[in-house]
Write a protein that binds this ligand. Structure first.
Ligand code: CS2
Ligand code: MG
Length: 402
């Protein structure tokens, strides 16, 4: 079998998605998610100008060799753009592999370790009262795990809470919006938020929180310690992940589980976080972390240190990534939880999917490969619309992490 064609499909059914379609001489094709929120066109250019010409003529079965060709074979390697392209190629090749062998992807990477995948959703509100109502809504829907984010008194707009009551989408059309951040107000507020959530919903619901890269190690240590009484499933991205040793301080002060890495893109971003057991969950998703081939290695190394998967699964990652994540987490032994923000209804006009939410879990059918398809004609109805993630400044105007 040979790759004869590969194309990048860009569409915007409610938000931008980038999908790589690899086609073979036997008519079988595979899909890979290549969406990188706010930087979509960079990945398109990299795929079209650098990757696709070198893909044509290769045997799609050779996932390991092709992965290394597009990783080691690139001198200026690593980074979000190139690794999102590598991930998309890898996902599409595994999709083809499953279709050729007429079996679902999870059967190619270990088979079923479970029949369903525990997921968590996003609950939020402008204040604690609204947030409690939103948490209740998701508990009603059957979610067993809920991420809780809230507006913070004194901060005009904070991460994870939409400005209006529309579907939460962090990217805004046009150039980056500027937001304002106040760490002291945040640190003073969050423990009270979780005290109220635990008081209202008790202990039998997993609670998660995303600090979104915004604390220093000592601030994160204080937050993790003060959240201990509320037994979080995890505190996510407490600090910016570049400083891996920054997680040591948090570990010295708290047993609140830590999840990090949705902005990571190779195993090297995790190295000392694993060997020093500084984290508990891997956030790096299939779409940005080198695809199935690389994440299998990352998950295997993580399992040595009792670290579980906890993949990123926001709505700015496409249904192709979400389905691949369900397959992956059906199979690996060290599965933790999967983020599941249901895509907007309009997305189903372009993507047909094979997973379904049931009683707090995602289940997937027996379709061969990843099992998602894209309607290219429908995709054309939703042209790309430039959108950027916000930037963040502290109250005194200092540039900060968004
Ligand atoms: C967030 C994301 O889901 C999460 O954990 O960190 O919503 C993140 O802000 C977006 O994916 C950025 O595009
Ligand atoms: Mg996050």
């Amino acid at each position: 079998m040979k790759i004869t064609e590969a194309k990048v499909i860009v569409c915007c059914p409610g938000r931008n998605f980038v999908t790589l379609k690899i086609i073979t001489d036997q008519g079988i094709f595979g899909l890979g998610d290549a969406t990188l929120n706010g930087m979509e066109k960079s990945v398109v250019a990299y795929l079209e100008n650098y990757c696709i010409p070198s893909l044509i003529g290769r045997d799609p079965a050779n996932t390991e060799d092709i992965w290394h060709y597009f990783y080691r074979g690139v001198y200026w390697r690593r980074g979000a753009v190139s690794m999102t392209a590598v991930s998309a190629i890898d996902m599409a090749l595994w999709d083809i592999k499953g279709k050729v062998l007429n079996t679902p992807l999870y059967n190619l990477i270990g088979g079923k370790s479970r029949d369903k995948v525990l997921v968590y959703c996003h609950a939020y509100g402008k204040n604690i009262a609204e947030t409690l109502i939103d948490v209740g809504k998701y508990v009603e829907k059957g979610f067993r795990a809920v991420r809780v984010q809230s507006g913070i008194p004194g901060i005009e707009h904070t991460y994870g809470v939409p400005k209006d009551n529309k579907h939460y989408e962090p990217a805004h059309k046009g150039l980056a919006h500027e937001e304002v951040w106040d760490t002291p107000r945040y640190l003073n507020f969050v423990p009270e938020l979780f005290e109220k959530v635990r008081e209202t919903f008790g202990d039998n619901i997993h609670l998660l929180h995303d600090a979104h890269h915004r604390c220093t190690p000592v601030e994160a240590s204080r937050l993790a310690k003060e959240l201990e009484p509320y037994h979080l499933f995890w505190l996510e991205d407490p600090v910016a992940g570049e400083l891996q040793e920054g997680l040591r301080l948090i570990r010295q002060h708290s047993v609140t589980p830590i999840a990090i890495g949705e902005v990571f893109n190779t195993i090297f971003d995790y190295s000392s976080l694993f060997t020093e057991q500084l984290i508990d969950y891997i956030r790096m998703p299939i779409v940005h972390g080198g695809g199935i081939t690389h994440l299998l290695k990352v998950a295997a190394m993580a399992s040595v240190y009792h670290i579980n998967t906890g993949f990123h699964g926001a709505t700015d990652l496409s249904p192709v990534n979400l389905a691949a994540s369900v397959h992956f987490n059906m199979a690996v032994n060290n599965f933790g939880i999967l983020e599941y923000m249901p895509h907007q209804e309009i997305v189903s006009e372009v993507f047909s999917t094979n997973y379904r939410f049931e009683d707090g879990y995602l289940k997937i059918d027996e379709s061969p490969g990843i099992g998602v398809d894209i309607d290219e004609k429908a995709a054309k109805k939703f042209p790309y619309a430039m959108a950027r993630l916000p930037v963040n400044r502290k109250t005194d105007g200092t540039m900060f992490n968004w």
